[in-house]
Ligand binder design. Structure first.
Ligand SMILES: Nc1ncnc2c1ncn2[C@@H]1O[C@H](COP(=O)(O)OP(=O)(O)OP(=O)(O)O)[C@@H](O)[C@H]1O
Ligand SMILES: [Mg+2]
Length: 411
């Protein structure tokens, strides 16, 4: 049965995407203010478990291959705990982004989260795949009230499109970025087609979910970094979100997102290469990739005849990862020369996230190639959990975006 679309509430349509934001946003594309009484009231203690004082809206990450959700709550000691999490793998036919099967199955899986996992009501969700663009816009000094108009004019020039059809939100850069901007005002503008955002909202509403905001992955990732660490003001960090269908590289300077761009190599492209090279079905290739990764690079001596497969997998994956390294280097060079006029010439740290960050041997490989401190994100380790399926850091890479979204609720 096709899902009957519920009409969008008029206040969403009228007020969406036209705010001016001064400091880094708590969320992009906010269309409703976060309510003051979020979630459920105090829940009675069950056999010695701490009382949950307040549940926050959950983070909902609808990715290429899977749906991830995570909910935080505050216990009676004021500690933030994970109270609910879910990872639902999509069947192969529903992976990707535009298939009919995906359209059919997404509402079913979301309903399952609502009914079986109790992830209901308010959430923060992610903008649909490839629907958004992030641009750094430089403006001459001008009074604050002029900035909004100037940005809209720039965006119209850039996309040659009717602004009525585009959702726009932006962040006025502050902090250390002013150093390389000189006298100019730097604005990080995020745009998306309204029709894509509304389609996403309609999907959520059709299963009874109330999206408080639509955000983008790079900012959700950054929210986690912000929560977990205090970077020094001059620190330049790369954030590689290496997912199934998309990989993004973000450049973060003084805790602000300055630039983000998609890279070509993705988790699915690695699996495809293994499947084609070894002439095996997708599922088998996926398994081999996860079992061996780059293991054959470091333990070649110890590899037995039965590990021929490990060497094959390494041989297929390695050239693709070399391409990715080149892409990272080119992206950073472009940023360094064009954006900062060579005022920033090196980065200190690279954080890895997304399911493909778990590829065996990846951090060591990138550390050697990029000559930087590379570490897979371990964000969930910062939180206690009341959720029985929580098994610690192994999930951090895949749940980072959902966590970043969930963190919006507690700001
Ligand atoms: N141990 C592992 N080794 C290598 N790859 C892995 C491992 N575990 C998961 N992956 C890969 O991670 C990907 C799934 O990650 P994730 O859940 O982050 O993707 P997604 O959010 O659905 O996709 P995207 O963010 O690109 O839209 C798949 O390509 C999968 O093969
Ligand atoms: Mg993802």
């Amino acid at each position: 049965m096709p899902q009957e679309k519920q009409p969008l509430k008029s206040d969403i349509v009228s007020s969406i995407f036209s705010r001016q934001v001064k400091k880094r946003l708590s969320s992009l594309f906010i269309h409703k203010g976060t309510k003051t009484t979020l979630g459920e009231a105090a829940i009675k203690p069950v056999s010695g478990l701490p009382i949950i004082k307040k549940r926050f809206p959950f983070g909902l990450d609808i990715g290429t291959n899977s749906i991830k959700a995570l909910q935080l709550a505050c216990d009676q000691c004021g500690e933030i705990k994970i109270v609910n999490l879910a990872i639902e793998e999509l069947p192969k036919e529903a992976q990707g982004h535009n298939s009919e099967e995906r359209k059919r199955i997404l509402p079913e899986i979301l309903k399952k989260l609502v009914n079986e996992k109790g992830l209901k009501g308010d959430c923060f969700a992610i903008a649909p795949y490839l629907s958004f663009k992030v641009n750094l816009i430089r403006l001459p000094q001008m009074p604050e009230h002029e900035i909004d108009k100037a940005i809209r004019w720039e965006i119209r020039q850039m996309f040659q499109a009717d602004l009525e059809e585009i959702s726009l939100d932006y962040i006025i850069l502050q902090g250390q970025s002013l150093k390389f901007l000189g006298p100019q005002i730097g604005v990080l503008a995020v745009t998306a087609l309204k029709k894509d955002i509304f389609e996403n909202l309609a999907l959520l509403e059709s299963v009874g979910l109330n999206s408080l905001a639509i955000d983008i992955e790079p900012l959700a990732d950054l929210a986690v970094l912000d929560y977990a660490r205090k970077a020094s003001p001059d620190e330049v960090t790369l954030f590689l979100d290496f997912g199934a269908g998309k990989t993004s590289l973000s450049i973060i300077y003084d805790n602000e997102l300055i630039s983000t761009r998609s890279l070509n190599v993705t988790g699915n492209s690695l699996t495809k290469a293994v499947s084609e090279y070894c002439n095996i079905p997708w599922e088998e290739a996926e398994k081999l990739k996860k079992t061996f990764g780059l293991a054959a690079s470091s333990t070649e001596q110890a590899i037995t005849a039965s590990s021929d497969k490990a060497i094959q997998v390494r041989n297929v994956i390695l050239p693709l990862l070399e391409n990715m390294v080149q892409d990272i280097e080119h992206t950073f060079k472009y940023f360094s020369y064009q954006v900062t006029q060579s005022q920033i010439t090196r980065f200190e740290k690279v954080f890895l996230s997304g399911g493909s960050a778990r590829l065996l041997g990846l951090p060591v490989f990138l550390r050697n190639r990029l000559n930087a401190d590379v570490q897979a994100i371990d964000s969930l380790a910062n939180f206690g959990s009341l959720e029985p399926s929580f098994k610690g850091d192994d999930l951090s890479c895949r749940l980072n975006v959902a966590l970043g979204l969930a963190l919006r609720g507690i700001e």
